[in-house]
Write a protein that binds this ligand. Structure first.
Ligand SMILES: NC(=O)c1ccc[n+]([C@@H]2O[C@H](COP(=O)([O-])OP(=O)(O)OC[C@H]3O[C@@H](n4cnc5c(N)ncnc54)[C@H](O)[C@@H]3O)[C@@H](O)[C@H]2O)c1
Length: 241
């Protein structure tokens, strides 16, 4: 079988880096796309294709994909992972901030999917994985914009799965609990955030990026072609679908 290729957004650090390394470990050729250079990720992956672009900018995304296709010639897996999760009281959420969250977390997966679709269709096989959040179920009061954006991403996942099933492409979402990444430790996890979430979970420990790897690999597996439109809630039992 030809070598499968994968593109992971937000691959410079955190979950995106973990996903990129995991896919490379499974034999995928991996490209990562991020606002910033991805030195640490590149150091962990042989022949890593590093793309620097803003996922909300259609022109930049198009240029990055061209560079990727020069290397790969094809694409099979897209992981829409880049995301932002600012906290604020609802009354303090400005329209600008609301739009920024929607653009990065919801519009960008649309832009990326739209841009890669011709290649997945041409390959006749594809996997799209959207990184949502268990916040859609737990509904934290200081993350209204974020929760709405991830709920939108789950709706996007379902309807897109219906649209792309006939093309041999599955679309699924993974919804983590609070995960120990640098950004989470600096923001939502600070000031007792991890302890608060841990207390809501059935599994009494903090979720690590590695806790999500087996689910990603399951979703993209050759044998998972009948799994589509689903949201896999990998959240230690903090909320049940
Ligand atoms: N860490 C958590 O607790 C947690 C929980 C549930 C869901 N998630 C989701 O998982 C994903 C990754 O979270 P993380 O904690 O690893 O975040 P992170 O901040 O560590 O990494 C996100 C990456 O996305 C990149 N990025 C942000 N905006 C971008 C843009 N406009 N264009 C290109 N790249 C951009 C950043 O540069 C960064 O490298 C996000 O979608 C997040 O909502 C995280």
């Amino acid at each position: 079988m030809e070598t499968r290729t994968a593109l992971v957004t937000g691959a410079a650090q955190g979950l995106g880096q973990e996903f990129a390394v995991a896919l490379a470990g499974r034999g995928y050729r991996v490209a990562g796309l991020d606002l910033v250079p991805q030195r640490e990720t590149a150091d962990r992956i042989v022949d890593y294709v590093e793309l620097v672009a803003d996922v909300t900018d259609e022109t930049q995304v198009g240029g990055a994909l061209e560079r990727m296709l020069e290397q790969f010639g094809t694409l099979h897996v897209l992981v829409n992972n880049a995301g932002v999760y600012p906290e604020s009281a609802f009354e303090d959420t400005t329209p600008e901030e609301w739009r920024r969250v929607m653009r990065v977390n919801l519009e960008a997966p649309f832009l990326l999917t739209r841009a890669v679709l011709p290649y997945l269709k041409a390959a006749g096989w594809g996997r799209i994985v959207n990184i949502a959040s268990a916040a859609v179920l737990t509904a934290p009061p200081t993350m209204v914009a974020y929760t709405a954006s991830k709920a939108g991403l789950i709706g996007f996942t379902r309807a897109l799965a219906s649209a792309l099933g006939p093309c041999g492409i599955t679309v699924n979402a993974i919804a983590p609990s609070m995960v120990r990444t640098e950004t989470a430790e600096r923001t939502v996890g600070a000031d007792g955030g991890f302890e608060h979430v841990r207390a809501q979970q059935a599994v009494p420990r903090t979720q690590e990026p590695s806790d999500l790897v087996s689910t990603l690999l399951y979703v993209v597996d050759e044998g998972s072609g009948f799994l589509t439109g689903q949201t896999l809630n990998v959240a230690g039992g903090s909320a049940y679908l």
